[in-house]
Design a protein around this ligand. Structure first.
Ligand SMILES: Cc1cc2nc3c(=O)[nH]c(=O)nc-3n(C[C@H](O)[C@H](O)[C@H](O)COP(=O)(O)OP(=O)(O)OC[C@H]3O[C@@H](n4cnc5c(N)ncnc54)[C@H](O)[C@@H]3O)c2cc1C
Length: 303
């Protein structure tokens, strides 16, 4: 474990909560849905709402999470600006693929009644096979169901090949999990080069590509590539995490007709949110300084 990860893991929950606050919509379904609505009404920014929680091994907690998703879907209702994202390890993966698939499929079926699309997030390499198996199985009957691919994994070229012909919604990212060198690229610039190559394959094969990164140069290159391939603007979108301070650039993309979607996480119980927040802070410890500066500016009334 690196030093910065070690220090962040030691941070007490209230501190993590404070520093991670820009990344999380709040502690209720109402706050999550009102955040998504506000993004849409104020800036025409789309959202994908995620209930925080992962690595659950308790059936009651899994059932609780599935229930929150059902209530979230009802609260969102028919609208055009929000999808939802969910994770296998939050929804029964501890009892095997079939069990997890059943739980996820029932959420997807409910969401479909409201025309809400669902994306299956990708976790670390221990879950890649399970995630793709569940994705393929559910996608057969629910073609708007989407998933995520990570360009850092050596296996990703083959995984893309295995989805040929599915015309699926695929979020492509470098991947947030640090993976061993035996199975994954270690250099961010190589991961990003690979991501661009894989985006080309996804677009050429007729998938709807969701370009998920905060690297402006990579987003610009991705859009140029899509334009070079004569892709229409409704064949791809750009995704970023809520809380990463890139509003002017997002607004510029929207003005140029690019669909921008933010990942909007929430938790009813804070204990489910800490793993996500610690990952965000490990990915960018400079964010803690940015947040302290913001708090000081608010206290002193200066910007
Ligand atoms: C909508 C969305 C969904 C995702 N879903 C998944 C998933 O299911 N599975 C998975 O493994 N990965 C997922 N990711 C990828 C992952 O979370 C990170 O985006 C990725 O690891 C960080 O890399 P980057 O491409 O942004 O490039 P980086 O080089 O890490 O970042 C580019 C720039 O953005 C800034 N930046 C990056 N992160 C932050 C941050 N947290 N706060 C402030 N600034 C930041 C950096 O400082 C840098 O200037 C998702 C990403 C997004 C945007």
């Amino acid at each position: 474990m690196g030093l910065k990860k070690f220090v962040i893991n030691l941070a007490p929950t209230p501190l993590v909560k404070l520093f991670a606050s820009p990344y999380v919509a709040g502690d209720s379904i109402a706050l999550a849905t009102s955040t998504a609505k506000k993004f849409w009404e104020q800036r025409q920014v789309y959202s994908t709402i995620d209930l925080l929680g992962e690595e659950l091994e308790d059936d009651e907690e899994v059932q609780y999470s599935a229930g929150v998703y059902e209530r979230l879907i009802e609260a969102l209702g028919q609208q055009e600006y929000a999808t939802i994202s969910l994770k296998p390890t939050q929804l029964g993966s501890h009892r095997g693929t079939e069990h997890c698939q059943k739980i996820i499929e029932s959420i997807v079926a409910k969401a479909e009644k409201y025309n809400i699309k669902v994306t299956l997030d990708m976790e670390d390499h221990n879950f890649t096979d399970m995630t793709l198996d569940i994705f393929r199985a559910i996608h057969k009957d629910h073609p708007t169901f989407g998933t995520v691919l990570q360009s850092r994994l050596f296996r990703n070229d083959d995984d893309i090949k295995s989805l040929k012909g599915m015309n699926a919604r695929i979020r492509l990212c470098i991947g947030i999990y640090n993976e061993p060198k035996e199975i994954a690229l270690q250099s961010k610039s190589e991961m990003k080069k690979k991501m661009l190559e894989q985006l080309e394959v996804l677009l050429k094969e007729g998938h709807y590509a969701e370009i998920a990164t905060h690297d402006q140069a990579l987003i610009d290159k991705s859009i140029n590539l899509a334009e070079k391939l004569n892709m229409k603007k409704d064949q791809y979108e750009v995704q970023m995490l809520m809380g990463v301070p890139m509003k002017p650039y997002q607004d510029q993309l929207i003005q140029n007709g690019i669909l921008v979607r933010l990942y909007v996480p929430f938790a009813e119980k804070w204990k489910y949110a800490t793993a996500y927040c610690k990952r965000r802070l490990t990915a960018n410890p400079a964010m803690a300084i940015y947040i302290v500066k913001n708090i000081l500016h608010k206290m002193t009334g200066r910007r």
